[in-house]
Ligand binder design. Structure first.
Ligand code: HEM
Length: 133
């Protein structure tokens, strides 16, 4: 992933980043209601952290080693949830689907490719490693 159309798109959202994440969780739980019970009732802090993570991943997408410790730390917090590889793939699918819907006409194939890359080459393998799947 080069420095990066997706990062620009994300940065342009500015204060609407949180709306994107809210929309993501709404769709995540709509598609996979069984995940809801794992999460706290009140999701505000959670949403802020997800904004941070998305920003961090997009910022360092061409220097994955730099965000490796951060992603490993996220995997630690996920150990008790019984997550399998397919759950990570579900997360990715809803995340990218959410972006396509959220951005509507502004959404382009290269954004999708960049997100796919970030998940397939960084986020998922590092979480899989941290979760010891
Ligand atoms: C690529 C996949 C995923 C990423 C990048 C990701 C990222 C994050 C981040 C950044 C947080 C907030 C910070 C933290 O608490 O560590 C979080 C929290 C959480 N994630 Fe994930 N997550 C992923 C997949 C999943 C899946 C598949 C599930 C469950 C099915 C899940 C369940 C949770 C829960 C329950 C919390 C809230 C913990 C709490 O605040 O009590 N995550 N996730």
């Amino acid at each position: 992933m080069n420095e990066s159309a997706t990062k620009e798109l994300w940065d342009r959202l500015a204060s609407r980043q949180i709306d994107f994440i809210r929309f993501f969780y709404h769709r995540f739980f709509e598609h996979f209601p069984e995940y809801r019970r794992l999460f706290p009732k009140k999701m505000d802090a959670q949403m802020e952290k997800m904004v941070e993570m998305t920003s961090a991943v997009l910022r360092h997408s061409n220097n994955i080693p730099q965000i490796r410790p951060y992603l490993l730390q996220i995997s630690e917090t996920h150990r008790s949830f019984g997550i399998k590889r397919k759950d990570l793939v579900n997360f990715k699918a809803v995340f990218i689907g959410t972006a396509a819907k959220f951005f509507g006409d502004a959404w382009q194939k290269n954004y999708e490719d960049e997100f796919e890359n970030a998940f397939d080459n960084a986020i998922i393998p590092i979480l899989v490693e941290g979760l010891r799947l």
